[in-house]
Design a protein around this ligand. Structure first.
Ligand SMILES: Nc1nc2c(ncn2[C@@H]2O[C@H](COP(=O)(O)OP(=O)(O)OP(=O)(O)O)[C@@H](O)[C@H]2O)c(=O)[nH]1
Length: 375
């Protein structure tokens, strides 16, 4: 919707109006429809995963009542969509750019959070950028793309390719109107093509991720969801803790498989998804390594998450939690007693009660010799 608003604001408003009309007639307490910012998307994704991972509730006597009390750090959030991608994490460093800085007070604790949303770096738009940047200069109606498995073929057109504002600036009338994309299935060439969409030559801050965007040093664990999960799940890389090299090896193996073989093995997966796993794998590695600065050492800090406790990882739950004030800024008033003291007092008073009852019973009982009249 953010891209649509850039290319056709009227159409974006029409979509919103249609959403409003539909939801207004639903039984929900509809509060309006709007296009959230990239910063919101990052923030709500971060809230969602930390809420579901139970990372907010800590350091309180309320918590001492929880059976598995633990002191926890928050987890960073990595969200890969179709149009944009977000990185959000708590940072102890100075956040040099105001646009990337968020402050939350949740359950009585302050969080300084770094976030950035890269529009046009969701996986669909990144694929488009990669194609455009590596189009052959000659007027050729076949484009050989190493990011698709060999034997894969798809027809496309210049108008379709350049229809997104992410690439429209590169639009050229030189190329063929219609062309065919043919896969050559080469991971290393694909990665080189993907790298061409990351600009790391300028940085107006002390440190940057890419495209001149400030990013502090990566801190803590990360949960990667949405397309990060879809792709890693397909490549069977979400359960086991594979090293970065092993992950690259797995993606390389997948890229080198002939398309016919892949299609036969996974007949039920949508062709759009199946055909893009080679590109997506190479893109994810490049984004995380070259873009954000993950490496062989901190790769283990990333967990690929689909659902957490049965709920989808994504920005929507965080948005709802925020809108309904489900995460209070302050801690609820804590009970006067901690769990340990409470249990101790209960045991003490129980024993005391039994003692009193026993004493009363003994005190009121007549001795047997008295009952029989013997002194
Ligand atoms: N492999 C696979 N890909 C999926 C699936 N569902 C969605 N995708 C793709 O994953 C990417 C992210 O999808 P979503 O999480 O729906 O994100 P989105 O809302 O399109 O993303 P933004 O608009 O950028 O926020 C897109 O490229 C989708 O085409 C799925 O079940 N399997």
């Amino acid at each position: 919707m953010r891209l649509l608003r850039m290319s056709n604001n009227t159409l974006a408003n029409e979509v919103l109006l249609s959403v409003e009309n539909t939801l207004r007639s639903s039984p929900f307490d509809f509060q309006g429809a709007r296009i959230i910012t990239g910063q919101d998307e990052g923030a709500y994704g971060w809230i969602t995963i930390n809420y579901l991972l139970n990372n907010f509730v800590q350091d309180s006597s309320v918590l001492n009542l929880l059976p598995n009390f633990r002191k926890v750090e928050t987890s960073g959030a990595l969200d890969l969509g179709g149009a944009s991608t977000q990185i959000t994490f708590v940072s102890n460093e100075d956040i040099e750019s105001q646009d990337n800085s968020l402050h939350f007070r949740l359950y009585g604790k302050n969080y300084n959070v770094y976030t950035h949303s890269f529009l046009c770096y969701g996986k669909d738009q990144a694929l488009r950028q990669q194609l455009v940047k590596n189009l052959p200069s000659t007027e050729n109606s076949t484009i050989f793309d190493p990011c698709f498995n060999s034997g894969y073929r798809r027809n496309s057109s210049i108008s379709e390719l350049y229809s997104s504002p992410c690439v429209s600036e590169y639009s050229t009338l030189d190329g063929p109107i219609n062309f065919e994309i043919k896969g050559t299935g080469n991971y290393h060439l694909c990665k080189a093509n993907v790298q061409s969409i990351f600009n790391r030559t300028h940085c107006p801050y002390s440190q940057c991720s890419f495209n001149g965007v400030f990013q502090p040093v990566l801190q803590g664990k990360f949960g990667a969801f949405s397309a990060f999960y879809f792709v890693m799940d397909f490549l069977k890389l979400t359960q086991e803790k594979a090293t970065l090299d092993e992950v690259k090896e797995r993606i390389q193996q997948h890229c080198s498989r002939p398309w016919d073989e892949v299609k036969t093995e996974f007949p039920k997966i949508k062709v759009k998804y199946l055909s893009e796993y080679c590109f997506s794998g190479a893109y994810i590695i490049t984004l995380l390594e070259l873009g954000y600065g993950f490496n062989a050492d901190n790769w283990k800090d990333i967990s690929f998450l689909g659902k957490i406790s049965g709920s989808d990882a994504g920005w929507t739950l965080g948005y709802m939690l925020n809108l309904t004030n489900m995460i209070p800024a302050e801690l609820p008033p804590s009970p006067p007693l901690s769990h340990g003291v409470y249990v101790g007092l209960m045991v003490f008073f129980s024993i005391f009660l039994v003692f009193i009852m026993l004493t009363c019973w003994l005190g009121h009982r007549k001795p047997r010799c008295l009952q029989k009249g013997i002194i």
